[in-house]
Design a protein around this ligand. Sequence first.
Ligand SMILES: *[C@@H]1O[C@H](CO)[C@@H](O)[C@H](O)[C@H]1NC(C)=O
Ligand SMILES: *[C@@H]1O[C@H](CO)[C@@H](O)[C@H](O)[C@H]1NC(C)=O
Ligand SMILES: *[C@@H]1O[C@H](CO)[C@@H](O)[C@H](O)[C@H]1NC(C)=O
Ligand SMILES: *[C@@H]1O[C@H](CO)[C@@H](O)[C@H](O)[C@H]1NC(C)=O
Ligand SMILES: *[C@@H]1O[C@H](CO)[C@@H](O)[C@H](O)[C@H]1NC(C)=O
Ligand SMILES: *[C@@H]1O[C@H](CO)[C@@H](O)[C@H](O)[C@H]1NC(C)=O
Ligand SMILES: *[C@@H]1O[C@H](CO)[C@@H](O)[C@H](O)[C@H]1NC(C)=O
Ligand SMILES: *[C@@H]1O[C@H](CO)[C@@H](O)[C@H](O)[C@H]1NC(C)=O
Ligand SMILES: *[C@@H]1O[C@H](CO)[C@@H](O)[C@H](O)[C@H]1NC(C)=O
Ligand SMILES: *[C@@H]1O[C@H](CO)[C@@H](O)[C@H](O)[C@H]1NC(C)=O
Ligand SMILES: *[C@@H]1O[C@H](CO)[C@@H](O)[C@H](O)[C@H]1NC(C)=O
Length: 857
Amino acid sequence: MSTIHITLSFLSLFIFSFQDLFAASTRHLCRPEQRDALLDLLNEFEIRKSSFDECYINGSYVSPFPKTVSWKNDSDCCYWDGIKCDAKSGEVIELDLSCNGLHGRLHSNSSLFRLQNFRFLTTLHLSSNKFTGQIPSSLGNLSHLTSLDLSVNQFSGQIPSSLGMLSHLNYLDLSVNQFSGQIPSYMGKFSHLTSLYLSYNQFLGQIPSSLGSLSHLTHLDLSFNSLVGEIPSSFGSLNQLTRLEVGSNKLSGNFPIVLLNLTKLSVLILASNKFTGTLPSSLFTIPSLNTIFLSNNNFNGTLEFGNISSQSQLQLLTLGNNNFIGPIPRYIPKLVNLKVLELSHWSTQGPVDFSIFSHLKSIQTLMLGHLNTTTTIDLDAILSCSKSLRSLYLSGNHVFTTSKRSVSDLPSQSIDTLYLSGCGITEFPELLRTLEHLQQLDISNNKITGQVPGWLWKLPDLYSVYLSSNNFTGRIPSFICELRSLRILDLSNNSFSGSIPLCMGNLKSTLSVLNLRQNRLSGDLPENVFQSLRSLDVGHNQLVGTLPRSLIRLSNLEVLNVESNRINDTFPLWLSSLQKLQVLVLRSNAFHGPIRQASFLTLKIIDISHNHFNGILPSDYFVKWSNMSSLGANEDLPNERYMGDEYYRDSIVLVNKGVELEYERILKIHTAIDFSGNKFEGEIPSSIGLLRELHVLNLSNNAFTGHIPSSMGNLSALESLDVSRNKLSGEIPQELGNLSSLAYMNFSHNQLGGLIPGGTQFRRQPCSSFGDNAGLYGPSLDDVCKDIHLPATQQDETPEAEEEDEEVFSWIAAAIGFGPGIVFGLTIGYIMVFLRTRVVHKSIPPKQTQKQSTTTH
Ligand SMILES: *[C@@H]1O[C@H](CO)[C@@H](O)[C@H](O)[C@H]1NC(C)=O
Ligand SMILES: *[C@@H]1O[C@H](CO)[C@@H](O)[C@H](O)[C@H]1NC(C)=O
Ligand SMILES: *[C@@H]1O[C@H](CO)[C@@H](O)[C@H](O)[C@H]1NC(C)=O
Ligand SMILES: *[C@@H]1O[C@H](CO)[C@@H](O)[C@H](O)[C@H]1NC(C)=O
Ligand SMILES: *[C@@H]1O[C@H](CO)[C@@H](O)[C@H](O)[C@H]1NC(C)=O
Ligand SMILES: *[C@@H]1O[C@H](CO)[C@@H](O)[C@H](O)[C@H]1NC(C)=O
Ligand SMILES: *[C@@H]1O[C@H](CO)[C@@H](O)[C@H](O)[C@H]1NC(C)=O
Ligand SMILES: *[C@@H]1O[C@H](CO)[C@@H](O)[C@H](O)[C@H]1NC(C)=O
Ligand SMILES: *[C@@H]1O[C@H](CO)[C@@H](O)[C@H](O)[C@H]1NC(C)=O
Ligand SMILES: *[C@@H]1O[C@H](CO)[C@@H](O)[C@H](O)[C@H]1NC(C)=O
Ligand SMILES: *[C@@H]1O[C@H](CO)[C@@H](O)[C@H](O)[C@H]1NC(C)=O
């Protein structure tokens, strides 16, 4: 049977292709002027392989392939990849250059627009390239366009008014760019529009109310912008429908029309903006709606859904990370088709009846973190709520588990993701043993003591395991070396003791992240460590010995942190052969000797402070540190701006601006050099001035002599400069006065003299930043110091930096953003985006611990 079937379909396939071929030979050849214009178009841009890693198109990542390799002058352009011609006229009507590695500006004199060459174009897809600059206004000349996709590029500026001429558009995707300004109200005149995607840009202001007249709109995604205001009145008048339903007479003339106009809406995504106000409850009664993502806004008040009819189509609903207070809407159980429900950070401020969720028979993902409820959640009961449940997020609530059930009792063995961080749990929940398909477990920040139960490591599908911030004791089990699917293991901040298991050389391991920070581990680092590691953190233990030379086999290693141990070794110059190493922290160990000429091409953060390094740094020392001198040409998509991946973000503690800051995430563009607390002597290498992307430089507590190099005036990204406690002489270079980002500086305890540079940044420093020097003077200093010869006090003041803090760290905030926003299917990853964003908000600005930089470690 099946053979016949296959043969038949093969045959029909063949017949169809044959017909195609036949048709082709009878068609007009492509018009020569259009062919030439296409080849000209190609020549306007550079094609760069580097951006070919992955392309995000139409809801999924595809491996890229430049379509234009088939573009040959001697063939019919109607048969080139990405081109479609009109069957009768031979006119090019579709141009799809998505994911083609094109770099450059699309100019208004581009051959795409010249001589009305492509005036009959109906489809223009340029998604996932690296186009920069504004959209040329001549794009409006392509007035036959019905589908325009410019997503995932670096277009910027306002959307030109000429785009308003594209009145036939039914599909418009401008998402994942850097567009700014307001959403043009003329878009409300695109009466055929069914899909409008503007997510991941910098749009401001309110949603134009004209969008309320897009009567065919089915998909609207405006997420990840800075839109403000209440849901626009044309949507908001839906609210009045509720009033009508309940018999109110507050009708305004046009509300029914608006309602009719929006009845086709099936996907409404407004997440991650700055919307305020209460939600119209009748929004949830629009029968066509399948997806509503409103999380990460400032919606407030209590919310009720209205009397939902049983035929609600709603499958995906995210409302979390707003300012809702009061009870969970009681009509939620009526949303029987829900697959994803997210209500995190809903301040219920009272009891919650968790049994209502058992009515959601189709539920797969239930995100109920941080509900501020007085109810303690029975884990056994909620895991039993639905057979379809896969992912459950309960972090930040009180959770208990009776652990009395037998294995077969539990219906929801399909659970693969369980988040129980900060739930006040005191015993490892025995029932996890029954979750055979568990992949992700986060049980961090609880109060669990004793050993990790051995059965945990026998769950076959474990992918990521977070056990940090409990009080687990005992040795790290060698089981971890056997787990084939394990990628992330975070055991940090516990009381694990003994030595690190020797089995870590296991070549079959796929472990990518190993975090053993802050335990009581002793002994040497094992000679062989998993070669698959991307991130290894063993900081704050009691490790001794040397760094194993086999680390150079970790070709994927990006982060190596061994801080605060007792490792006694010379500078690991050999690590410079690691092609991906970006973060190296050797702080507070017994490293010693000179550090010699190193060429760390990829390094972005190096902290070797508080060791016994000595010697002179040659003046060209930093010449080859290219990753700190210019950002990589291949700038990342917004979702890749932090080190790590969607399951794990690397964190670090750095001294920045005189205080220890804990970065819960490391931005890829963050750069820092901390050589403080060693015995370096000689001059500060003038090549430091090459590191134009450097943010933090700390050379304090050494024995540097000579002048501060004037090349430091080139460090235009510098925020924090500390050269205190050295033997520097001469003047502070006037060039430093121009460094507008420099928020913190410390020149104290040197032999500096002469005129202090002008500039507001210098005026903002406390007097102590200049204290104990040979004779500094100047208007800047007069502003901050009553007595310029004041000897530095023992306890240096912390600078009054709160105000600047926000500014300085706004570059962190500015870079918030995750995966591209156009996801249609039931994608848990998309939901995760909203969850994670909340975490990011919480981590900005970085936590400040009270310690001063001058404390010895
Ligand atoms: C393509 O080839 C034709 C002749 O076959 C030539 O006239 C034309 O200039 C070529 N176009 C380009 C863009 O090279
Ligand atoms: C996206 O994919 C769907 C099918 O998965 C298809 O129907 C649709 O036309 C595609 N859209 C674009 C813009 O390629
Ligand atoms: C198009 O215009 C840009 C500047 O607007 C110019 O640099 C470029 O040379 C022009 N290209 C052509 C083909 O005229
Ligand atoms: C193309 O658009 C520009 C700007 O909108 C306009 O000035 C120009 O006349 C148009 N060209 C043609 C050929 O229509
Ligand atoms: C609703 O759409 C119709 C066209 O279908 C339009 O005439 C009307 O102005 C729209 N109403 C509103 C309030 O936008
Ligand atoms: C919602 O927030 C706004 C300010 O953004 C405030 O004026 C309003 O009173 C709040 N409403 C409720 C119900 O809390
Ligand atoms: C909700 O609607 C149902 C019918 O769909 C009706 O039986 C019920 O009384 C309504 N409840 C309220 C509070 O209006
Ligand atoms: C949690 O609820 C209490 C009242 O039960 C309230 O005082 C407190 O502000 C709430 N916390 C948050 C973060 O909403
Ligand atoms: C370590 O865990 C304790 C509780 O066990 C917690 O208070 C502390 O904040 C954690 N430290 C870090 C750095 O996570
Ligand atoms: C953790 O457990 C160890 C051994 O049981 C104990 O000595 C230590 O005080 C505990 N630490 C905390 C923070 O509870
Ligand atoms: C480091 O090891 C050397 C011997 O190799 C020893 O002389 C030195 O004292 C050690 N340094 C520290 C700080 O332990």
